[in-house]
Design a protein around this ligand. Structure first.
Ligand code: WTA
Length: 648
């Protein structure tokens, strides 16, 4: 092991874990030497109606890609998450719901109750005309009904498309249109940190432009006033009342779609990442068990929003497929005060806590006081996801939150990967703060240079995965060509992640961030092109270029260079309008932190914007601007530097 600060596996954890170091090495080797045999065995971990006999059919070609796993088997995701547990866990808690306001009562929903509600909603959706293969958009706050809605779709073979509740009506509309959803499930209002979010009103605005939508189902969360559209609108509780609770789970082929989830890429509009049923469930349940060393009866809390892949895989499908108790938290880490997460951990005796580095950094700023007021004795395992964690935050998480006794799993993965791919296992992998460490079973990470040459040993490069894994996305909804183009054309024969990474002398991976034009702001993924498109909608804007820059709290901040139309005045009021237009078009998460009015952008003579230079200026790093002599107008660079905005 290298000299870098290393945290050994606590003996007590290794002794009781599913996997210790020798077992990891053995299982990993098996999974690489004989993937068919390995997955034939582990594919059995979920419940199949008809067992599969075929394990894997994968082709990563430069112009043709197909990916199938367990493809002659049949199963159902909702059956796996609920019904299979009924004989021995009917009265055990499946979901603990913690509301935004700690004075409101938490809810405990048993597997039996979840079964009844999901079945009723499933029948209700059928009555609204939803059948197998139809799409349903879900635009919800963090309430148990969000999970119920996902599982009700899965139960009848409808494909859900969850849209993050922080997205604007326009973003919602484009996602509903792309999926051609028949039904939208929402709530009257969301509640976060004491603030109300007008979800139904946003849905009304969006649906006005979505001819595919036949019905809107609304959960009454706050009782706030909403508009009602007769014939189209239905209350969630009334749909349940009218429906029977007898709804056998539809028998789905392993490769039938389970959900679409939109995510940002470096170009164009967000892509509808499509995941299917069997492989996704095998991967999410298996990673949930091994990566978090989940043991029966433990309480698992993933703080992500269900609108992101982390919420899909590690609030809903992974934990529930394993019969775990999963926590759904409606609120935010600093409301009503900075102890809230730690209080929730004590209140619900959380054993495994999985959050984002940005939340850790924000809470670290509040000092140790808010943490030390609480006991956190129930905690056993800690996890992070979404962005690289800086070693300082890692150590604070380890020492202060986990009192030095809880292993931290820094899990690297993506919307496209369905579940975790590079990660420590708590009982097996010595940790190095800031490293996602080693591949999960069956995962073959490779580093390549820009020409696609395979790089060996300790080095850095573009991170690709050399073969498929069961939870891999299968296509982009409605655009298979874009799928092939985006992920498989750059480095043929391999899946390209869009991330850069370093591999150290122990084979540990250190993710260095995106190498494409995708930003990661507080763990939220956004394309620079999306923000630029929003900015140029303003009638005073001629052109815009957006880059990321290092931000202490958010990981990355959004820096926008804006060129105004001739004669327009550069005012603070206009700067605010530009921030607002991003909020309106995309959502609050897309608001630029800094807006610089520029007279020109650094472009090559062929008109290509040299983003590298814009990034350097935003980073305040002028030492390596590189050769600017090839620019059409080298003078713009001095002008940009002179007028740069101060970083926070
Ligand atoms: C980044 C979230 C470093 C990465 C599950 C990836 C990470 C993108 C880590 C995917 C990590 C995720 N360390 N970077 N542990 N986890 N990322 O699709 O850049 O929202 O490509 O999926 O987040 O973001 P997405």
């Amino acid at each position: 092991m290298s000299q870098v600060e290393t945290y050994p596996v606590p003996q007590q954890i290794a002794d009781n874990a599913w996997v210790d170091e020798p077992k990891y090495n053995k299982m990993y080797q098996q999974s690489i030497d004989d993937p068919e045999g390995f997955w034939a065995e582990h594919g059995k971990r979920i419940h199949w109606f008809k067992p599969f006999t075929q394990v894997k059919d994968v082709h990563f070609g430069a112009d043709d890609v197909h990916i199938r796993w367990f493809y002659d088997g049949t199963t159902n995701a909702a059956y796996n998450c609920i019904d299979q547990h009924l004989p021995h866990k009917k009265d055990d808690t499946a979901i603990i719901w913690e509301p935004d306001d700690p004075r409101e009562n938490a809810r405990h929903i048993s597997f039996g109750e979840l079964h009844e509600e999901v079945s009723r909603l499933a029948n209700g959706l059928k009555a609204l005309g939803v059948g197998k293969g139809d799409r349903v958009s879900i635009y919800m706050p963090m309430i148990p009904e969000a999970a119920t809605a996902m599982l009700a779709c899965a139960r009848i073979g409808a494909v859900h498309s969850v849209v993050f509740g922080g997205f604007s009506p326009d973003s919602l509309a484009s996602r509903i249109q792309d999926a051609e959803a028949k039904v939208v499930i929402t709530a009257d209002e969301g509640l976060r940190g004491g603030r109300k979010i007008p979800l139904k009103q946003n849905t009304d605005e969006a649906v006005a432009n979505c001819p595919s939508v036949q019905a809107v189902v609304t959960v009454k969360r706050t009782g706030g006033g909403i508009q009602w559209h007769d014939g189209r609108d239905h209350w969630y509780h009334e749909v349940l009342e009218k429906a029977s609770s007898d709804c056998p789970a539809e028998e789905m082929s392993a490769e039938d779609p389970l959900f679409i989830l939109y995510t940002s890429g470096s170009t164009g509009k967000p892509k509808g990442v499509l995941h299917t049923t069997g492989g996704y469930l095998v991967h999410t349940s298996m990673t949930h068990q091994y990566v978090f060393d989940y043991h029966d009866g433990e309480v698992f809390w993933c703080t992500a929003d269900v609108g992101w892949i982390t919420g899909h895989s590690y609030i809903v499908y992974g934990p529930l497929a394993n019969g775990a108790t999963t926590v759904i938290f409606e609120g935010v880490p600093n409301y009503p005060n900075a102890s809230r997460h730690w209080e929730v951990i004590d209140k619900h005796k959380v054993n495994i806590y999985y959050t984002a580095p940005t939340a850790i950094r924000a809470l670290m700023r509040e000092g140790n006081g808010p943490v030390e007021k609480t006991s956190r004795d129930s905690l056993r395992i800690l996890g992070t996801v979404g962005e690289p964690i800086n070693p300082e935050a890692w150590r604070w998480y380890h020492e202060v939150i986990g009192k030095g006794k809880c292993p931290i799993v820094d899990t690297w993965w993506q919307t496209e990967t369905g579940g975790i791919l590079i990660t420590p296992l708590p009982g097996a992998t010595p940790a190095k703060p800031g490293s996602a460490t080693l591949p999960f079973f069956g995962v073959k990470p490779v580093l390549v240079d820009n020409e696609g040459n395979h790089l060996e040993g300790a080095t850095h490069g573009n991170l690709c995965i050399a073969d498929s894994w069961p939870g891999q996305m299968r296509t982009i909804h409605g655009d298979h060509e874009r799928f092939v183009q985006t992920y498989f054309s750059m480095y043929p024969g391999r899946y390209f992640t869009g991330d850069g990474a370093r591999r150290d002398e122990d084979g540990y991976f250190w993710i260095t961030g995106r190498v494409d034009d995708v930003l990661n702001v507080s763990g939220h993924r956004m394309g620079t092109a999306e923000i630029e498109s929003a900015l140029v909608l303003h009638d005073k804007v001629a052109e815009a270029a957006v880059v990321g820059y290092p931000h202490d709290l958010k990981g990355q901040g959004i820096y926008a260079y804006v060129i105004l139309n001739a004669g327009e005045e550069e005012t603070e009021a206009l700067r605010k309008e530009l921030v607002d237009i991003c909020k309106k078009e995309i959502g609050p998460i897309a608001k630029p932190d800094l807006v610089q009015f520029a007279s020109g952008l650094p472009k090559t003579r062929s008109g290509k914007i040299m983003r590298r230079i814009l990034r350097k200026i935003a980073e305040d790093d002028y030492s390596s601007l590189g050769d600017t002599s090839t620019l059409a107008d080298p003078g713009v660079v001095d002008d940009l530097i002179e007028n740069r905005q101060n970083r926070s």
